[in-house]
Design a protein around this ligand. Sequence first.
Ligand SMILES: *Cc1c(COP(=O)(O)O)cnc(C)c1O
Ligand SMILES: [Zn+2]
Length: 417
Amino acid sequence: MSYVKALTCRECGKDFPKEALHVCEYCFGPLEVSYNYEAIGKVLTRELIESRGPNMWRYRELLPLEGEPTVGAQVGFTPLVKADNLAKALGVSELYVKNDAVNFPSLSFKDRVVSVAMSRAKELGFSIVSCASTGNLANSVAANAAACGMENYVFVPHDLERTKILGTLVYGSNVVSIKGTYDEVNRLCSEIAGRYGWAFVNINIRPYYAEGSKSFGFEIAEQLGWKTPKHIIVPMAGGSLITKIWKAFKEFEKLGLIDEVDCKVYGAQASGCSPIVNAVKAGRDLIEPVRPNTIAKSLAIGNPADGYYSARTMRDSGGTGEDVSDAEIIDAMKLLAETEGIFAETAGGVTLGAAKKLIERGVIPRDESIVISVTGNGLKTQESLEGNLEEPPVIEANIADFEELVNTSGKKYAVKG
Ligand SMILES: *Cc1c(COP(=O)(O)O)cnc(C)c1O
Ligand SMILES: [Zn+2]
């Protein structure tokens, strides 16, 4: 049974049927899924949610399917790690890492949006799925399509990390590499969607896709013991995830599953592609597109579809935006790995790097709860570390060479105790 009321225009409020639509035909505003909260409130309780399996479908009443999910039944419910070592390093008292670096099956939060989008695409009768991707979406569409036997086409900019290309090809996906930026790939895909009638998960069925991100927020609130953190830092590409975490918190509040939301939301981008943060810092509503130039390729969207709404989410919640240089991204990736044993991709470096700056500037206080959103796995962006880590010494396989190393290397390899 579905609790979806309609697709509703975010600008003029007009309702549209639950089909493969994404823009309002009256004002061109984006469409968003709206629900019958009164009916959901009658059935959805903490106890019911807690009685269900450890995956994102434990919140199924708040996700936009008509029937049971047919794609990604095991996605979600990733760890919320109490990060005491990192807290100490940053000088804060209560810190958590929401770790979607280990999301199933493709090791990024994109599995959440793809499982909803593809399940809905099947309900709507599509047989071919597709996407424009900065890398992680490609991995996820390819993996989930393979698992459910759907033909799929994946479009990416030609300069992606090698691992993200190989990690898409391996599933037998039809990958097309485009000589251009993500924004150019996206424009081409809009044309293809119109002409071929495929389900582009993040274009023509975007309203359903985007709802999957809410599960990231639902899980954080549940895992914190049914409350929101005081501060959450979220990486932004198209700017959808950050708006949906906020929507998730607000829905839980509306349904009485948590008390009043008391949480500031901060958006993080790389300085080499920070159109949303630029606007927030300047106090502007208008997002000025940029041409991306950063190692954080998964976030390299120069003309973000939800830029305006993500800026508003930060402002409405009392948060703000911050950007970090490529060097700061690498430093933060190393800091997270060295303190918590979590290997995040470049986007994780962006998020932690931005959090660190906001804490140091006194914008985020040191004595309140903070959640850092890790959305992708470091094994997929290893080349960003090339030349940034000290290489291991190479010795012959004998004890004399090892002792020589211990005695001459100074502190690093000196035998302790
Ligand atoms: C896609 C992506 C994001 C951001 O998603 P948006 O909803 O487009 O802002 C964040 N982190 C990673 C690793 C991603 O792949
Ligand atoms: Zn409208």
